[in-house]
Design a protein around this ligand. Structure first.
Ligand SMILES: N[C@@H](CCC(=O)N[C@@H](CS(=O)(=O)O)C(=O)NCC(=O)O)C(=O)O
Length: 212
């Protein structure tokens, strides 16, 4: 059986969990804290990051967007996450680029705030905030008043957009994105009714080791 190394707050891992659930692909969930010395990530990924999909032969697939590309290639028939139309496929991947980039900025902001007061860089935090805010603006424009971002069907773009918004609610709950973009809030709440979303709601984690 496939195994997925995941973490409870991870928006990247949540994308994979959602897609595996939507495609009804069985897998064993292995929940870790990648920042703790006990993590198995270095055994499977030279970059020491999760999510990691461990295949039945023990080999591994890592980097969430590549894991999703792998799953789509190997399990094409089951609930395709990408359109047959090349432009729609490319647009969905562009939405994932922005959503993942927002997640990256969230992680960088999160760890910058772990530094001692005097060591934190306001300029660096402001730069990450601009990326997060810019990403929300783009997502809200792409969503408009639609139920799904691409081609009128649930797919990769919705998985990525839903994962980053859910992550902000855990990692940066004071962010006013729901107020700023009520259409995006409505869209996310509707996505949240899917079983694949209900079963993967992010939860914070307590990191034991000193990271920065
Ligand atoms: N681009 C990667 C990012 C993955 C990532 O940064 N994962 C974090 C965990 S979480 O932020 O998603 O919870 C990690 O393993 N970090 C450990 C490290 O960077 O050494 C992806 O899309 O898979």
């Amino acid at each position: 059986m496939l195994k997925l190394i995941s973490a409870t707050p991870s928006p990247y891992a949540r994308k994979v969990r959602i897609v595996l659930a939507e495609k009804e692909i069985p897998f064993e969930l292995i929940t870790e804290i990648p920042w703790d010395s006990t993590t198995a990530t270095p055994q499977h990924d030279p970059l020491e990051k999760l999510p990691i999909l461990i295949l039945e032969d023990g080999s591994s697939v890592y980097e969430s967007h590549y894991i999703l590309e792998y799953i789509e290639a190997k399990f094409p028939g089951k609930m395709p996450m990408l359109s047959e139309d090349v432009d729609e496929r490319l647009f969905a991947k562009k939405v994932e680029v922005v959503a993942d980039g927002m997640c990256d900025a969230l992680v960088l902001r999160f760890f910058e705030k772990q530094r001692a007061e005097g060591a934190q860089s306001p300029e660096w935090q402001a730069r990450q905030m601009r990326k997060i805010d810019g990403g929300f603006k783009a997502l809200a424009e792409w969503v408009g008043d639609k139920e799904f971002i691409v081609g009128g069907k649930f797919g990769l773009a919705d998985v990525a957009a839903g994962s980053v918004c859910g992550c902000v609610d855990v990692r940066f709950s004071e962010h006013a994105w729901r107020t700023n973009y009520p259409n995006l809030a409505r869209y996310i709440d509707k996505l949240g009714e899917r079983k694949s979303f209900k079963d993967t709601v992010p939860v914070g984690q307590n990191i034991k080791n000193k990271i920065v």
